[in-house]
Design a binder for this molecule. Structure first.
Ligand code: HEC
Length: 149
């Protein structure tokens, strides 16, 4: 892909996300967008860990908005036909489409753990915040183990 086209694509996907038209994206756009979201998720969780270490629970709680939104929108970015292939750059396991209920359940867990952590950050002591954080991070790993190649 040439550079100009690459830049155009990045701008285009940013516009897509902003316009809330996430439900009508093509397979290629869905893959590109979800990889972007997972990268943002990784950066977010790193920041979250730092804020928790620094005991800045107010700022940390705000970062959970991303995870709540993403855990609700995630299914829209896994349209049929978007599993990993040799040409599409995706690592999504075909088990996502073979076991849709299982996939839905791990997304649900991610959603619940995000809510639990936000609640904990808004009130709990640091010992239980650490515990809830680990359990939240475990929701990422559980899904990867089962549904990422
Ligand atoms: C419900 C399942 C699920 C959950 C929950 C989940 N992931 Fe993933 N993740 C995936 C799948 C599937 C892929 C592969 C997507 C693709 O390549 O099309 C992926 C890919 C990634 C990638 C690689 C992106 C790249 O560069 O290609 C990162 C980083 C990542 N996830 C981080 C996270 C973090 C951090 C969390 C938790 C906050 C999380 N994920 C939660 C399913 C999940």
């Amino acid at each position: 892909m040439n550079k100009v086209f690459g830049i155009l694509l990045v701008g285009f996907s940013a516009a897509l996300f902003n316009s809330n038209s996430i439900a009508s994206v093509s397979v290629e756009e869905a893959i590109q967008k979800r990889i972007e979201m997972f990268k943002a998720s990784k950066a977010n969780i790193k920041k979250l860990r730092e804020l928790i270490r620094a005991d800045d629970t107010t700022e940390a709680a705000k970062l959970l908005d991303f995870h709540l939104k993403w855990s609700e929108e995630m299914p829209l970015l896994f349209p049929p036909g978007s599993e990993a292939s040799t040409s599409n750059g995706s690592d999504a396991s075909s088990d996502i489409w073979d076991d849709p209920i299982g996939f839905k359940n791990v997304i649900k867990q991610y959603n619940l753990k995000s809510k639990e952590l936000r609640k904990s950050l808004r009130g709990a002591d640091s010992a239980s915040i650490n515990e809830t954080f680990e359990s939240f991070a475990g929701a990422c790993k559980a899904c990867h183990k089962q549904f990422r190649n």
